[in-house]
Design a protein around this ligand. Structure first.
Ligand SMILES: [Zn+2]
Length: 67
């Protein structure tokens, strides 16, 4: 982590990379540019759900929040 000037944090970079990979449905290969992930949280973690508009597969990503 030696080049981090200019505002883009590690988390920002992770998020954008994540979004690119997550845009592709592992089931049918559909690329959802909209990235329709819906987030819900219970305070300790965030659940992201994505419904593929092509094949209907539901994907869930859970991110645990650190305290
Ligand atoms: Zn799909």
């Amino acid at each position: 982590m030696s080049r981090s000037k200019g505002g883009s944090s590690v988390i920002d970079r992770l998020n954008s990379r994540y979004a690119d990979e997550e845009a592709i449905c592992p089931e049918c290969g559909y690329v959802d540019d909209e990235g329709n992930w819906r987030a819900s949280t219970n305070g300790r973690r965030i659940d992201y759900r994505h419904l593929c508009p092509s094949c209907g597969k539901v994907r869930i990503r859970t991110v645990t929040l650190r305290d």
